[in-house]
Ligand binder design. Structure first.
Ligand code: IPM
Ligand code: MN
Length: 354
């Protein structure tokens, strides 16, 4: 298997290093041949090449079976409204040019983390749903986008074609079939034309999946129900910006941003990344929680290589590390906290020895 490794900025390199340890341990144990190569993306790529997603990185990703990505972003760009090029553009360019149209963000609770959730334990215990966010369309990419000449009017456009909606809605139904057979389409069809297309297409495809119960929910209502009754969801599918917002909201249920992995799948390759950002305040301190990235590597085995058992080996090792209390300070709960690399070593060691 050929993997492109893009550590990115901030804590990206530290957490990716730990995930790589787990990947290597699994490959050694199962006898898979692993090839990997590093590439630049984000602020570090701008610093070295002027481009947040250089052609060289794109070529590397295109010839790889999967991309393992850390995070990108640097505060030095956030406070400069005139910055011509921003690290985030690298992420959008990468998603678009790799055709990564479906972003999968599982929302799961860990039994020994329930106390960390801001919600009542009985509400979150047993939460297990999959958010599927469309990733290459909508307001993020729609044209026209811009400012009037005098600068006093600004506009973005939400555009979706039938093909774009169909491919992700089908994927969502397929996921529902493998799970509890319950799909929720989240939209704003009472106001937005593009949402009415989503709803129409979903109603058509629904007929091909008679076993799946399909719900249609407005995004404002969904935002409320995710907090009020998170166990009522199984598979949630939605457009790009709604998905961006709802998945941040949903990640809070788990209790720590440092635990949530994601997969982006699509046309040319697939990409795996933690949903937390580059967390610049912690960069280089060896304190960041590597679990989200380690679990993203588990998703890589499962989705990119169809190696479910290998993915499970990683997940079991993560569960064991939490049970053993070998965790970083964000989830240590007052007990001894371990460093990023200690947690990574422990997880890789567990995989080797079990
Ligand atoms: C995410 C991030 C990105 C997004 C930003 C960094 C462009 O928030 O992956 O959710 O909005 O998609
Ligand atoms: Mn986001």
């Amino acid at each position: 298997m050929n993997i492109a490794v893009l550590p990115g900025d901030g804590i990206g390199p530290e957490v990716v290093e730990q995930a790589l340890k787990a990947v290597k341990a699994v490959c050694e144990k199962k006898g898979h041949k692993l090839n990997y190569d590093f590439g630049l993306v984000g602020a570090c790529a701008i610093d070295k090449t002027g481009d947040p997603y250089p052609a060289e990185t794109h070529e590397l990703c295109m010839k790889s079976d999967a991309v393992l990505f850390g995070a990108l972003g640097d505060p030095k760009y956030d406070n400069d409204p005139n910055a011509k090029v921003r690290p985030e553009q690298g992420l959008l360019k990468m998603r678009k040019s790799l055709g990564l149209f479906a972003n999968l963000r599982p929302v799961l609770t860990f039994p020994n983390m329930l106390h960390k959730s801001p919600l009542k334990s009985e509400l979150v215990d047993g939460v297990d749903f999959m958010c599927i966010r469309e990733l290459t369309g909508g307001l993020y990419f729609g044209r026209p986008q811009g400012r009037s000449e005098d600068g006093n009017v600004a506009y973005d456009t939400c555009v979706y074609s039938r093909e774009e909606v169909e491919r992700i809605v089908r994927l969502a139904f397929d996921f529902a079939m493998m799970r509890r057979k319950h799909l929720t389409l989240v939209d704003k069809a009472n106001v937005l034309c593009s949402s009415r297309l989503w709803r129409q297409v979903t109603k058509e495809i629904e007929k091909e999946y008679p076993e799946v119960t399909t719900d249609y929910m407005f995004v404002d209502n969904a935002a409320m129900r995710i907090i009020q009754w998170p166990k009522s969801f199984d598979v949630l599918v939605t457009e790009n910006l709604f998905g961006d917002i709802l998945t941040d909201e949903a990640s809070v249920i788990t209790g720590s941003l440092g635990m949530s992995p994601s997969a982006s799948i699509g046309l040319h390759t697939s990409l795996f990344e933690p949903i937390h950002g580059s967390y610049p305040q912690a960069a280089g301190k060896n304190i960041a929680n590597p679990i989200a990235t380690v679990l993203s590597a588990a998703m890589m085995f499962e989705y990119a290589f169809k190696l479910k058992e290998e993915g499970q080996m990683i997940r079991d090792a993560v569960t064991a590390s939490m049970a053993a209390g070998v965790v970083t300070e964000d989830i240590a709960n007052g007990a001894k906290a371990y460093s990023t690399s200690e947690v990574g070593d422990w997880i890789a060691g567990y995989i080797k020895n079990n």
